[in-house]
Write a protein that binds this ligand. Structure first.
Ligand code: NDP
Length: 252
């Protein structure tokens, strides 16, 4: 069992690492999907990459759920929220995307695995050790409900926006189109907006440093990528809607 002070310090170092990486990602496009380019070493199939990269999150959380035997109501709901998200990301999303023949650098997969190993371990330990909340206490119940609602809304937005994008392609060779349905009317990357909302909701509900660090990492990963996608859309499609923002409606 890890000493609580050491655990806290490790998470703080992890958060500092994310904050240092943020300005780097504002300048270096993550090389997969439309930003894939040469010079990032060996590559493997995009679809296989997603499964390998994301599966540690499912396995590790399952391990901690069993290992800690913490089946109090809130811990169980948090575990389930995590599982549902990662069942979609690992076992559904990669089999729906139309990216046959597309590759992803092995380096991205290695980073993705490390990212998921650390985040899932921190969150598995934190949820596993979570005390039983007095859920009828007013302050706690408000926070728990708010976090849960944000997570569910975020997940609906994330999954439905991913589906809209996937449905734009009739086949894997179909290239890119301007998405126009759902929240795409306002922003270029509602799937990222939804994902960020999900993990902020999760952090509000879990109310611990591990969940906070994961929401920070998600923003650090997805906000620069959303700006890159938005810039790309504006350059690629001369008729791209001018009023559309990158990731936060009317703001950014
Ligand atoms: P993208 O939005 O770049 O792509 C999603 C899928 O839709 C890809 O298959 C992509 O194809 C296709 N697509 C995207 N735009 C278009 C378009 N205009 N026309 C046709 N097809 C399109 O998302 P990512 O691949 O970066 O991420 C996938 C999911 O993973 C998202 O839900 C994201 O939130 C999540 N994620 C979470 C992270 C986290 O830190 N928690 C980090 C990274 C991703 P192609 O690949 O060929 O571009």
């Amino acid at each position: 069992m890890i000493d609580p002070k050491t655990f806290e310090n490790l998470i703080i170092v992890w958060i500092i690492f994310a904050l240092l990486l943020f300005p780097v990602l504002l300048f270096v496009k993550q090389p997969y999907g439309r930003h894939m380019r040469k010079g990032w070493g060996p590559t493997i199939s995009n679809q296989t990459g997603w499964v390998i990269m994301e599966i540690p999150s499912l396995i590790i959380l399952s391990y901690y759920f069993i290992f800690f035997h913490n089946y109090n109501a809130i811990a169980t709901v948090l575990f389930l929220m995590w599982f549902i998200h990662y069942i979609n990301r690992t076992l559904v999303f990669p089999f729906k995307i139309k990216t046959k023949g597309k590759k992803m650098p092995l380096l991205i997969i290695i980073f993705g695995i490390l990212f998921n190993l650390v985040n899932a371990s921190f969150n598995g330990i934190a949820i596993g050790q979570m005390p039983d909340y007095k859920i009828f206490e007013l302050n706690d119940s408000f926070r728990l409900i708010l976090g849960f609602i944000l997570f569910v809304f975020g997940m609906i937005i994330n999954i439905s926006s991913d589906r809209i994008l996937i449905s734009l392609r009739k086949s894997s060779t179909n290239g890119y189109q301007i998405p126009r349905k759902g929240l795409f009317k306002w922003i270029s990357c509602p799937n990222y907006f939804g994902e960020i909302l999900e993990w902020i909701g999760f952090a509000v509900m879990a109310w611990n440093l591990a969940a906070l660090s994961f929401s920070i990492w998600t923003i650090v990963n997805l906000l620069p990528r959303a700006l890159d996608h938005h810039k790309w859309y504006l350059q690629y499609f001369p008729d791209y809607p001018n009023e559309r923002k990158a990731i936060i409606p009317y703001i950014l």
